[in-house]
Design a binder for this molecule. Structure first.
Ligand SMILES: [Zn+2]
Ligand SMILES: [Zn+2]
Length: 397
């Protein structure tokens, strides 16, 4: 069956590329994926998918649907995100974005198109499928504040699902390679804010003021001791300062207030808990010692992506059969984050990267850059991987 799936995917290659280009030329940002959703929903209807549900997070974005197999069994969810970014497309190609200031610069156009092809393959072999496939075309992966994955879960997308699978195209991985990692894979992304309230005054008479600026310098540098002195060196974490703002910006005024913001990246919840506690303790301790009041907020935005070991084993064996063992390799930890993590915290799940980098084809530009592009010749493998994973999981269980 794996060979049949691969040859069907290859047969649909032209359509996969054409669709990817259609999405690329018509990008829509997070929670505005109205036309993209309509297009996908129509295709799913044409394929005879069932239980089609459109619109999540109180919007008209996002669509889920089921392919119900000929025999009873479990349910596997396949996920593609569909949103673009607020960025100007600077590529010189025929399929360049037709919308100023909006661009598919992360490859979600390729995700939508490959999952549609997987749906087509699976509908053709559905008589042999034991169980069902839930297709999840998820909006707003890039949004951060209102993650599409969370909205899909709240809308019931994971109800009855036994396992979830997702693929990201990756421009830092050579085209045609698949990278996987068991356990923690991508970082949790959190933000923090410290508001330091002092007492303003004249720059010439510091004895009349409680200087929040001095407190900010000390807090900022003491934050850098958390990862180096409080976190085990075998763990990986980042504490970064993103901005410092004073309530006045005048050479001879000691400001009343200073605001600092920044981000943290972690992989394990214990480390995340420790960092949150340490930041609050350090900020309040230093603030108090310098006669300033501290308001500290820590916001957990996207959890870490943690892959289930046995699901990854299955993906690996399927990928080796499809692509050859020499094309399947272990990934490093990735400091970026992915809202696929919400699914990982609900059901056993696997998220992997499909390499799309080719120097000759100029598809090795960073994600979220205005010249980002993908090597389209490997996209059929993404479709085959989705379909082959679903088929193998359902028939093994
Ligand atoms: Zn992205
Ligand atoms: Zn992405």
């Amino acid at each position: 069956m794996i060979d049949k799936i691969r040859s069907l995917a290859k047969e649909y290659e032209k359509e996969i590329i054409e669709r990817r280009r259609y999405f690329h030329m018509n990008p829509e940002t997070s929670w505005n994926e109205i036309e993209t959703t309509k297009y996908i929903a129509q295709e799913l209807k044409n394929l005879g998918c069932e239980n089609i549900k459109v619109g999540f997070g109180e919007t008209q974005s996002g669509v889920i649907a089921d392919i119900i197999g000929g025999k009873p069994g479990k349910c596997v969810a396949l996920r593609a995100d569909i949103d673009a970014l607020p960025l100007n497309d600077e590529k010189d190609v025929a399929y360049k974005s037709q919308k100023a200031g909006v661009m598919h610069a992360c490859g979600h156009d390729a995700h939508a198109s490959t999952l549609l092809a997987a749906a087509k393959i699976l509908t053709q072999i559905k008589g042999d499928l034991k169980g069902k496939v839930r297709l999840m075309f998820q909006p707003a992966e890039e949004h951060g504040i209102k993650p599409g994955a969370k909205a899909l879960i709240d809308g019931g997308a994971l109800d009855g699902v036994d396992v979830a699978f997702g693929i990201h195209v990756m421009s830092s991985v050579p085209a045609g390679f698949l990278e996987y990692r068991s356990g923690p894979f991508m970082a949790a992304a959190d933000s923090w804010e410290v508001l330091i309230k002092g007492k303003g005054g004249h720059g010439s008479t510091p004895e009349t003021a409680f200087d929040p600026g001095i407190a900010a310098f000390q807090i900022g540098s003491a934050f850098q001791t958390i990862v180096s002195r409080e976190i085990c060196p075998r763990d990986t974490a980042v504490v970064s300062i993103g901005g410092i703002k004073t309530s006045s910006h005048v050479f001879n005024i000691i400001p009343e207030r200073v605001e600092m913001i920044g981000s943290c990246r972690t992989f394990r919840i214990e480390v995340q808990d420790h960092i949150e506690e340490a930041m609050g303790r350090i900020a309040r301790g230093i603030g108090e010692s310098l006669r300033c009041k501290i308001d500290f907020k820590y916001n957990r935005i996207i959890p870490s992506t943690i892959n289930d070991a046995s699901t990854i084993d299955l993906v690996k064996s399927v990928a080796e059969k499809l692509m050859g063992a020499d094309k399947v390799r272990e990934s490093e930890l990735i400091m970026g984050s992915e809202d696929f993590s919400y699914y990982c915290h609900k059901v056993p799940a696997a998220f992997v990267n499909l390499g799309v980098a080719s120097h000759e084809k100029k598809t090795d530009m960073p994600h979220h850059s205005p010249k980002f592009d993908v090597d389209e010749s490997v996209l059929y493998l993404g479709a085959a991987l989705h379909a082959a994973f679903a088929w193998t999981f359902l028939n093994n269980n």
